[in-house]
Design a binder for this molecule. Structure first.
Ligand code: AMP
Length: 204
């Protein structure tokens, strides 16, 4: 899979935790030569490194709550200003609520850009719950308790699914069936990106 010659793609991948966003995001990023900008990964890296930001957000991530829009927005602003993200990026985990959509719109408008597509990885709640239980057993992520998983899925449904309406009204959302083999799902995503002219049709 290759990106078409002069593609600059500003993409967002949305889905509940456990929908496969991370795995598919890496594949999209590699094929298009754009960085994944995952706010969750940035927060976790800061916690691990013991930075001031890490200390500020440790308890919030552990509780499965959302970090403030101010802190998250400032972090994304810094990250998107870095040279590797100037011509494109794949956002994962941001924006996550209506206020962050406005934040991102304003930020991109400053450089005369906007999102090109929103990939929604659609996976039923029962299925992601089961996947997250397996991940908890395998990786022991601190926020992967039953209560934590339920809480985060509730927040996703309440805070994040409404943003799809806003992006849907702009004709940006590609709803991808996220149940199936990894390669099969990747193919679905690339077919959708090809239909938008973001990747070569032949490559999809
Ligand atoms: P994720 O890896 O995207 O599931 O994010 C892990 C955790 O990081 C979330 O449960 C939140 O506590 C925090 N987080 C990540 N992205 C955001 C965001 N856009 N807004 C607020 N909190 C976030």
């Amino acid at each position: 899979m290759t990106a078409s010659a002069q593609t600059t793609a500003r993409l967002l991948i949305v889905g509940p935790q456990g929908s496969g966003k991370g795995t598919q995001g890496v594949r999209i990023s590699e094929a298009l030569g754009i960085p994944v900008v995952s706010t969750g990964d940035i927060f976790r890296a800061n916690i691990k490194a013991g930075t001031e930001l890490g200390q500020q957000v440790t308890a919030i991530l552990q509780a499965g709550d959302l970090v403030s829009d101010e802190l998250t927005g400032a972090l994304v602003r810094d990250r998107l200003a870095q040279p590797d993200a100037v011509n494109g990026f794949l956002l994962d985990g941001y924006p996550r609520n209506a206020a962050q959509v406005v934040q991102l719109d304003d930020l991109l408008a400053e450089s005369g850009t906007a999102l090109d597509a929103v990939i929604l990885l659609d996976v039923p709640r029962d299925e992601v719950f089961a996947r997250l239980k397996i991940r908890a057993a395998e990786q022991g992520r601190a926020d992967d308790t039953d209560e934590g998983i339920t809480h985060r899925l509730d927040i996703y449904e309440r805070e994040t699914t409404p943003i799809l309406e806003a992006f849907g009204a702009r004709g940006l959302v590609d709803r991808i069936d996220g149940v199936g083999g990894l390669d099969e799902i990747t193919e679905r995503i690339f077919a959708a990106l090809a239909a938008r002219g973001i990747v070569d049709g032949a490559a999809a």
